[in-house]
Design a protein around this ligand. Sequence first.
Ligand code: HPA
Length: 276
Amino acid sequence: MTALGEKVEKAAQHIRKRCELTPAVGVILGTGLNNLAEQIDAAARISYDDIPHFPRTTVDTHSGELVIGTLGGKTVAALAGRFHYYEGYSLQEVTFPVRVAKALGIDALIVSNAAGGLNPEFQAGDLMVITDHINFMGDNPLIGPNDDRLGPRFPDMSEPYTREYIDLAESKALELGQKLRRGVYLGCPGPCLETRAEYRFMRDMGADAVGMSTVPEVIVAVHAGLKVLGFSAITDECFPDALEPADIDKIIATANAIEPQLARLAHACLVEMRVG
Ligand code: HPA
């Protein structure tokens, strides 16, 4: 087994000792979207700091926790707090929690993020289901020796976001009377926001939303054979010809305002999601 495979197994063993539940669905909660974790009927809450080989949090981010419990009738492993590339973690570190959740037994992953809207029809406050992504990080979490037990050397990326789950999200949004956008998420490294010229370029590339996360975790999820459902909370409008300076507090406040809608939709999807 590779060093990565061994570390994943050590971390999973530690978690199994703390909680006997086998999670079916992993949930990664993005910036401003962490409240969903409070709705979980939790069997265990484990600080990242206690899990062997989990990346150590940097001073400017508080340590996250893994919450294992029940939500929408499914056993979930929710990662409240994620690691970002711009904090200085390698993409292998950023995606380590996905590997561990897979080792614990998940078959599906729900990811969420706060993102800037590039599609001129989008408005701050919208929720988007991710249909596809563009890896603009300049890096890839799968670079390096491949552990065939974790996944194939050259994973297919023709459908990283499971079509069945996109359809489910759209039909549940309709039932709930929620407006749900659909679109392509572009992941860039950050930490600076983008220039007008970059936004114009990204829109020309076919992206509908831009953010600093998610793509690495989804690449690893696909490598690991997981089904994926992704949501972006559109927190600001990145229109090159009408760009206003980014206000990070406002971005976080908008993500918080979208969170209840995301929580309702994610819950409804969990109830009917087919896993395994
Ligand atoms: N870029 C622009 N706007 C954003 C981002 C980003 O990465 N994340 C949230 N809003």
